[in-house]
Design a protein around this ligand. Structure first.
Ligand SMILES: [Zn+2]
Length: 98
């Protein structure tokens, strides 16, 4: 079977290559079909990753409460999925509110 790239009906993630879902970019002089759905999902994943680094206001308030209750940072890091920088910001807020 000699399926060329142009004959493929779907991208590697199974999205169908319809005209609306396909754009063409050029790679080293030869046209390449690209899947718009994959591109959308890639950018959405990147946005999600960015957002997850920041707690929403409610979660931040719970974090500050937990710090005031004396919960150790090692527990908080797992429970709230935060990094050390976020812990320090919350610890400052806990001290300011005390
Ligand atoms: Zn795709």
């Amino acid at each position: 079977m000699s399926a060329t790239n142009a004959a493929k009906k779907a991208c590697k993630n199974g999205h169908v290559f319809t005209p609306e879902n396909t754009y063409t970019s050029t790679s080293r002089g030869s046209p390449m079909r690209q899947c718009r759905q994959c591109r959308r999902e890639r950018s959405r994943t990147a946005q999600r990753r960015h957002r997850s680094a920041v707690l929403d206001a409610k979660a931040f308030a719970r974090l500050v409460d937990a710090i005031r209750d004396g919960v150790p940072e090692s527990d908080l890091a797992g429970r709230f999925n935060i990094n050390h920088e976020t812990f320090l910001i919350a610890a400052r807020a806990a001290k300011a509110a005390a």
